[in-house]
Design a protein around this ligand. Structure first.
Ligand code: FES
Length: 231
């Protein structure tokens, strides 16, 4: 029987990967206009059960080494428990509808090219604009941005294997969040579960004000897990 895989957020402690999931690095690749354009696959980290640091202070990143207890890490989960749909602002374009939940922004910046995903959605009767809007929204690791096809009413999502990536952002010389892909359930430290989504990013610098999710604070914090790509 296949083991149940899920993520468990522990109170003021690490993120447990239960059942084991493949974990690799994914590096934000910059295009010719100096904006994030593609994901570059990095090294494989693990595929077993493990505990990932979320206080940002482990000496054995990305894994927890118990430092959270010594520093009195406050990992209080402050994120909304409402569904994405309930929180989303909606932008209605001619062929696409964009849903946006700004507190989930992980500052990966794939939404910047071509005037930005919002502007592109607004011009989605133009095929090129439509395609770029979809590409950008699908590259958004946190699932802040989600495009819907207006004709079919269906969500437009990339299909992912259940897997985890640790994001690296060499342009800003920082390490980013933990990217969960493929509808991995997340259990809160209070035992409740968050809405299961195709793309989610979890804070691992300890500084997000929207825990357990990333809010982009790793950039200001200069969070660095020692990855080669940042040197
Ligand atoms: S959460 Fe345990 S060392 Fe950071």
């Amino acid at each position: 029987m296949k083991k149940e895989t899920k993520i468990m957020i522990t109170k003021d402690g690490p993120i447990l990967v239960l059942g084991g999931l493949p974990i690799d690095k994914q590096i934000i690749g910059i295009g010719k206009d100096d904006e994030p354009e593609k994901w570059i696959k990095g090294e494989k980290i693990s595929d077993g059960q493990c505990s990932l640091c979320r206080c940002g202070e482990s000496k054995n990143k990305p894994f927890c080494d118990g430092t959270h207890a010594k520093i009195g890490f406050d990992g209080m989960e402050t994120a909304s428990r409402e569904s994405f749909d309930k929180q989303a602002q909606v932008m209605d374009g001619p062929t696409l509808k964009l849903k946006d939940v700004t507190p989930l922004c992980a500052a990966a910046r794939f939404c910047h090219r071509g005037g930005g995903t919002w502007e592109l959605t607004h011009h989605s009767d133009n095929q090129e604009a439509r395609e770029l809007a979809i590409e950008e929204a699908c590259n958004c690791p946190s699932g802040r941005l989600v495009e819907y096809d207006k004709k079919t009413g269906k969500v437009i999502e990339k299909e992912f294997e259940k897997s985890i990536s640790l994001i690296e952002d060499p342009q800003n010389r920082v390490s980013g969040p933990i990217w969960l892909k493929g509808e991995i359930p997340i259990e809160s430290s209070d035992g409740k579960t968050y809405e299961v989504r195709n793309r989610v990013t979890l804070c691992r610098c300890g500084k997000s004000e929207n825990k357990p999710f990333c809010d982009g604070s790793h950039i200001e914090a200069g969070f660095d897990d020692g990855d080669e790509s940042l040197k």
